[in-house]
Design a protein around this ligand. Structure first.
Ligand code: UD1
Length: 373
């Protein structure tokens, strides 16, 4: 009987872990124990996802909450360490690139417990993004690396990771999307917000580079205000964005429909039926690609280049004024031909669970150095 600690902490983790937990049910010898670090804690940032994705309640909530990077990371580590000592798991599974991902990986490896990282190998090469640091550290200490795309595999190989540690499994977040798309469409979210199908732009922006500096945030809203004169704009605002708007005294222009953060199904429905999406989120670049909806990413780089080369994503750079020109083309032209990367087929969770099961009796004293790192 092997216990596997499965870690989630922040909003984008939930849709990645849900299909893995479901697929693990097929292997009675593996016992998932779900840990929520509490990095995200508001009802609409956390609980609603458990309900809508039909996830089991966490077996343990570490309730760490928000803080600076160092203090939040330290709090997660301090709370997770005794739990690992208590549960003595065979392995720890982490997903994505948030502070919880990195903090729990570090704790596990130092206690001699092997780590499996789902969504390994993504690289933006932009060390000003906290997520890039989290990705590098997590991959460096993980024993098993589950990659969503070929480019992620190439990155890991170039960093010297032994091929037998790397598994190209596809994208579990897209498993969740495919599973819930019908239910999401039935929610008729555009109609409820007074919008018409394919005749609105959906916006989400929360990266520190776009929202933390008052001048940058003001220019974002100037551009979005102008955009809203051409097409209705709906913007479910992350608490961080809302907070920075209040601090900088920025009011949303009247043409923009600013809402609270939305649940998974409403947001998926809005994304699926949008004319196009403007974002700085990593996950949304992938979800729009899977849906065939054009995506404009307000960032100079992406750790998910496959969404550009094989999907619907376009990088705008950092200047919010670029939103207007790129949007004009999308308003005037029809949607692109949908295309989707290999293995984003709804089966990634099953592939991951099968590999975890095949690892069999995991040796907790596995020596990373001896394995070719
Ligand atoms: C985190 C992740 C980011 C991810 C994002 C998704 C890191 C470094 N960043 O960023 O990669 O894209 O989650 O949402 O892990 N807050 C609330 N309620 C909550 C959670 C947060 O009000 O439930 C507010 C707090 O004021 C907090 C701020 O949002 O200080 C930022 O939260 P935090 O988890 O630190 O980072 P995110 O910006 O959410």
């Amino acid at each position: 009987m092997s216990e596997i600690l499965c870690v989630v902490g922040a909003r984008p983790n939930f849709m990645k872990m849900a299909p893995i937990l479901r697929a693990l049910r097929a292997y009675p010898a593996l016992h998932p124990y779900l840990v929520h670090t509490g990095q995200h804690y508001d009802e609409e940032m956390s609980r609603i996802f458990f309900d809508e994705l039909d996830m089991p309640a966490p077996d343990r909530d570490l309730e760490v909450g928000s803080d600076t990077h160092a203090r939040q990371t330290a709090r997660i580590m301090t709370a997770f360490e005794p739990l690992v000592e208590e549960r003595k798991p065979a392995m720890v599974v982490v997903v994505g690139d948030v502070n919880s991902t990195m903090a729990c990986s570090l704790v596990a490896v130092k206690l001699g417990v092997p780590v499996a990282h789902v969504e390994a190998g993504l690289r933006s090469r932009d060390w000003s993004m906290p997520e890039e640091i989290n990705r590098l550290v997590t991959d460096a200490v993980s024993t098993w690396l589950f990659a969503t795309s070929e480019d992620a595999v190439s990155n890991l190989r170039a960093e010297g990771v032994a091929p037998e540690r790397i598994h190209l499994v596809g994208n579990p977040m897209i498993d969740t999307l495919r599973q819930h798309l019908e239910a999401a469409r039935a929610r008729r979210a555009p109609e409820r917000f007074g919008l018409e199908r394919r005749d609105y732009a959906l916006v989400t922006l929360h990266r520190p580079s776009n929202v933390d500096r008052a001048d940058a945030l003001r220019r974002v809203f100037d551009s979005l205000g102008e955009l809203s004169e051409r097409i209705p704009v709906i913007f479910p605002a992350h608490p961080r964005t809302r907070d920075r708007m209040e601090r900088a005294g920025i009011a949303s222009p009247p043409g923009i429909h600013l809402t609270e953060p939305l649940g998974y199904l409403d947001f998926l429905c809005l994304m699926d039926q949008a004319r196009f999406v403007i974002t700085d989120s990593g996950g949304i670049q992938e979800e729009t690609t899977a849906l065939g909806v054009p995506c404009l990413t307000l960032r100079p780089n992406t750790e998910r280049p496959i969404t550009v080369s094989e999907g619907t994503n376009r990088l705008l750079g950092e200047d919010p004024a670029s939103i207007l020109l790129a949007s004009k083309i999308l308003i005037e032209e029809g949607p692109p031909q949908p295309r989707c990367p290999k293995l984003w087929d709804g089966q990634a969770g099953k592939r991951i669970a099968a590999i975890l099961a095949s690892l069999g009796e995991v040796n907790p004293t596995l020596d990373l150095c001896a394995e070719g790192r």
